[in-house]
Design a protein around this ligand. Structure first.
Ligand code: ARG
Length: 263
């Protein structure tokens, strides 16, 4: 009899404990990010001046803006360097809290993720060798006479690989690389005739590789923004608040000016 009482008491105590904990868990606010206290940003750090490796550290416009956003939200920024094409999927599934990679807002991407307000603009430009027969955008042809190098899954890839009637050069004339840097190295070594990439990285690559030049003229302006899961509206709101505060107080401009010398 004594034992039965003990057992009943124990069961009641455990039940109470479980209920209490469950109660705590239930009433506690849902964490803002996947890992409490952390803001995990996915990027592809081969895209200067937006993101690049400086020794073992990450540097660039996106890296610094993200650092300030994390600071405002009281979170610790953690950066994951992944393939550009896996950023959206990883954000969508909650593997990363946000994607920030000089990423252009497109209707297609908006089907998978939400985008913050825009913090910068870019345009697709074309890099060729200085001694190339390609002298202007009009010389670019999707007739099999030239190969175009792009970073896989970027807007440059999407535009260039489109059909001629849509302004592209045809899938068969495109060679895709994992990073913009690899596409540029392929241009230097003559494997491709032109590289299509965003203007600021294009300038950086031309500055750091001899014998390259950017063709005059550019396509439509693109808006860069931060990708956030559609399941985390709260994070989107908070990131936008922080971002707009940083735009309003001039922080974003001073970060951009630090990396892009005004001409
Ligand atoms: N703006 C282009 C896009 O969104 C290229 C971005 C590439 N970014 C990078 N970090 N590699 O598709």
């Amino acid at each position: 009899m004594k034992n039965l009482k003990k057992i009943i008491c124990a069961v009641l105590a455990i039940t109470l404990a479980v209920l209490t904990f469950a109660g705590c868990g239930g009433s506690k606010e849902k964490a803002l990010t996947a890992t409490e206290g952390k803001l995990v940003m996915a990027t592809n750090a081969s895209f200067p001046p937006y993101e690049f490796k400086d020794g073992n550290d990450f540097a660039g416009i996106d890296v610094e803006i993200a650092g300030k956003i994390a600071e405002q939200l009281g979170l610790e920024l953690e950066i994951k360097d992944v393939e550009f094409g896996s950023i959206i999927g990883g954000v969508e599934t909650g593997k990363f809290d946000m994607g920030m990679a000089g990423m252009t807002v497109t209707d297609e991407r908006k089907k998978s993720v939400n985008f913050s307000d825009s913090y910068a603009t870019g345009v697709q430009t074309v890099i060729v060798k200085e001694d190339s027969a390609i002298k202007s955008l009009d010389d670019l042809k999707g007739d099999g006479s030239m190969k175009f190098g792009v970073q896989q899954d970027t807007t440059g890839d999407i535009y260039a690989s489109d059909t001629a009637e849509n302004g592209g050069y045809g899938e068969e004339n495109i060679i895709r690389y994992k990073t913009g840097n690899e596409a540029v190295l392929a241009l230097v070594s003559g494997k491709v005739d032109a590289v299509i990439i965003d203007n600021e990285p294009a300038k950086s690559y031309v500055a750091s590789n001899k014998g390259l030049t950017i063709l005059d003229g550019a396509w439509v302006e693109e808006q860069y923004a931060i990708a956030i899961s559609k399941d985390n509206e709260e994070l989107l709101t908070k990131v936008n608040e922080a971002l707009n505060a940083l735009i309003d107080d001039g922080t974003v401009k001073s970060i951009i000016d630090k990396y892009i010398s005004a001409k």
